[in-house]
Design a protein around this ligand. Structure first.
Ligand code: FNR
Length: 376
């Protein structure tokens, strides 16, 4: 099996780089300006060490976690990333299928290259074939420029298709300047005759397809808009994606949303935005009571089981991964995504056992040393 030579999530990235068309590689891998946020997402993990306990029976371990109301088999979910078709003709279907097989949530992007109706049907078909109800779909919402009408239509569709949580992305008032992307587009513009086409996406990412200028995205969205968003969505879970400070977690907790999702968009929005580990620590230091008031999710640079464990120790409910799943579906399709989830799940289990922990619910601050991260 060619997949067994892939031993960790970085191996998928190396393979994907070899086979992806240049435009797809650049779109998936690029990040903003100096790349500070992107690089910092990774370096933050090296500043937190683990404090293992020994001589405990760790024969059995449980990795189950509630994620936005869904009982997931693992404390991870597939983060929204647009245009999976650039990596594989089945696109996001690969992610939904793998999510169903491993009983974890998949949160496709507003700009999914497979329609949401098809993804909902795919989940149903997987569940029917396996005679179970494993897997779940969350709806990521960008509130577009002509916000209310467009957003209301999307929310109505999410409800009709029974997506189980609404993830509102709030860090994209404008789209960050990803210089690799810009250079590539400039080169294409220069080579006359070539038109930059975003695969067969029905609703392409504004950053990928011009002519939408970088200035125009969800720049008019405000806290008060959460009122009509809640009304339209009903009583199901709403989570705000792209929170980066303790102040905004305090604000979110007052606004009746169920959760916040700490993220710097994989380093693709504000340069020098904090890593989510850093924001977790900020909450821990200044408002630890928030961990009991509101669910806190994270993403950004998670590649190893120990990365996931560190965030759970700091108080995250679950961890999202973006690029690793795009790289794992590249070329390999659903099987690649399954292999990536398997690797991550094995890494989490092995490390938990070596730490003397048998349930993710036991992970807390006593298992980490964060002194180096606090010095930042
Ligand atoms: C994203 N991300 C993203 N987020 C979002 O809310 N809506 C979107 O459409 C997209 N699209 C998207 C495309 C690509 C190619 C990437 C890499 C990322 C951000 C994503 O949800 C997540 O926050 C990051 O990917 C997490 O960082 P890692 O796991 O990629 O390091």
């Amino acid at each position: 099996n060619p997949l067994s030579v892939l031993q960790n999530l970085d191996d998928f990235e190396k393979e994907a780089k070899k086979v992806l068309p240049e435009k797809a590689w650049i779109y998936y891998s690029s990040a903003t300006d100096t790349l500070s946020s992107h690089i910092n997402n990774r370096t933050a993990f090296s500043k937190v060490s683990l404090r293992p306990r020994v001589l405990r029976n760790v024969a059995r371990v449980s990795l189950q976690r509630d994620i936005m109301g869904f009982r997931s088999s693992l404390p991870i979910f597939i983060a929204p990333a647009a245009l999976a078709k650039l990596g594989h003709p089945d696109g996001e279907l690969c992610l939904t299928r793998a999510a169903a097989r491993y009983n974890i949530p998949h949160c496709p992007s507003t700009y999914s290259s497979i329609g949401h109706t098809n993804l909902a049907a795919c989940l149903q078909a997987e569940q029917k074939a396996a005679d179970n109800d494993r897997g779940s779909l969350f709806f990521q919402l960008y509130a577009p420029i002509n916000k209310r009408d467009g957003a209301l239509k999307l929310i109505a569709e999410a409800r009709r298709l029974k997506f189980s949580a609404l993830v509102v992305t709030v860090d994209s008032a404008v789209i960050g300047k990803r210089e690799e992307d810009e250079r590539y587009k400039a080169r294409l513009d220069h080579d006359s005759g070539i038109v930059f086409q975003a695969s067969s996406s029905p609703d392409p990412d504004p950053n990928l397809d011009r002519p939408v200028p970088r200035g125009a995205h969800s720049s008019t969205l405000e806290w008060d808009d959460l009122v009509w968003i809640r009304e339209a969505w009903g009583s199901g879970p709403i989570v705000l994606k792209g929170i980066a400070t303790v102040e905004d977690v305090v604000e979110a907790a007052k606004r009746g949303v169920n959760g916040v999702y700490l993220s710097n968009h994989g380093g693709r929005q504000l340069d020098y935005a904090p890593s989510s580990l850093h924001t977790l620590l900020e909450i821990r230091l200044f408002h630890p009571e928030l961990f009991d008031k509101i669910e806190i999710y994270v993403d950004g640079g998670f590649r190893r089981g120990t990365d996931v464990i560190k965030a759970l120790c700091l108080g995250a409910k679950a961890v999202g991964l973006g690029r690793p799943f795009m790289y794992s579906l590249t070329g390999y399709g659903t099987e690649g995504v399954c292999r990536a989830i398997e690797i991550l799940s094995d890494e989490i289990q092995t490390s938990m056992r070596l730490m003397g922990v048998t349930d993710v619910d036991q992970l807390d601050m006593s298992y980490v040393n964060t002194a180096l991260l606090e010095l930042e």
